[in-house]
Ligand binder design. Sequence first.
Ligand SMILES: NC(=O)c1ccc[n+]([C@@H]2O[C@H](COP(=O)([O-])OP(=O)(O)OC[C@H]3O[C@@H](n4cnc5c(N)ncnc54)[C@H](OP(=O)(O)O)[C@@H]3O)[C@@H](O)[C@H]2O)c1
Length: 268
Amino acid sequence: MPDREHKAMNAEQVLITGASSGIGHELAKCFAAEKSNLILVARNTAALEKLAAELRRDQAIEVQVLPADLARPESAQKIFDGLKGRGTAVDVLVNNAGFGLHGAFAELPLARQLEIVQVNIATLVALTGWLLPGMVEGRRGGILNVGSVAGFFPGPNMAVYYASKAFVLSFSEALRVELRGTGVTVTNLCPGPTESNFSQVARSHRTRKVHARKMAAAEVARIGYEDFRRGKTLSVPGCANKILAGVVARLLPRWMAAELSGNYNRLD
Ligand SMILES: NC(=O)c1ccc[n+]([C@@H]2O[C@H](COP(=O)([O-])OP(=O)(O)OC[C@H]3O[C@@H](n4cnc5c(N)ncnc54)[C@H](OP(=O)(O)O)[C@@H]3O)[C@@H](O)[C@H]2O)c1
């Protein structure tokens, strides 16, 4: 058997949610470059298939495409059952899929806000719940949760999104301690404004955020990937984001932090 093929067969299996665009798409490329086999999840099947074909061709790895709507409560178990049926064990889970919405909570459709809770929180917890026991049993692997600098602040005019990322931060930090000594690591990647489809989905064009300097998704993914490989608990790409998360959010009283981010998210 050629050496490349042999390596691909024995490589770790990495499941990445939200791999159809932005940061998840770039994270897939980072794992592929180091010859991990991939399972790509999102709703946009065409985008996943395109990426899968590119990575199979360029990296000689195995890539499975699993189309799924993670806003559906049953999606995590379906994914787990499907993988089990094919005998695929997941070594690394990248919980990246997520979205936000700009606007006052009382004015935004409640159903869409509950979808944020489902995708950003409930499905993330469910996928972790289904896949983590296998990692602990095998005494290897890891979880890379994509949170946000938003997780360090209350977020008026994007309240549910900010709260969802605060959940991801707290959940990741707690798991990290529980998993000490198991061989399984947990990293929370907390990007600030990043070039992707996020702003379009969130309808950020109506806010002053539209003028914020954004990091490239590839750069954010590279930093998050390297920090995950180093076993870091927290990964905050970019100097300004580090100051926001590590200094501003810690020094300001919570009410002032809420005023600050409310002003940033204000609809013009
Ligand atoms: N961009 C930023 O400024 C920024 C800053 C901080 C944190 N983040 C976080 O980074 C992560 C990735 O976002 P991004 O910036 O790369 O935005 P993006 O380009 O919009 O990517 C979001 C990904 O999530 C997937 N997704 C959304 N809803 C889904 C659903 N119901 N079912 C399945 N997949 C779903 C999308 O796939 P489909 O549409 O194909 O389903 C897409 O692949 C998110 O968790 C986001 O909160 C982004």
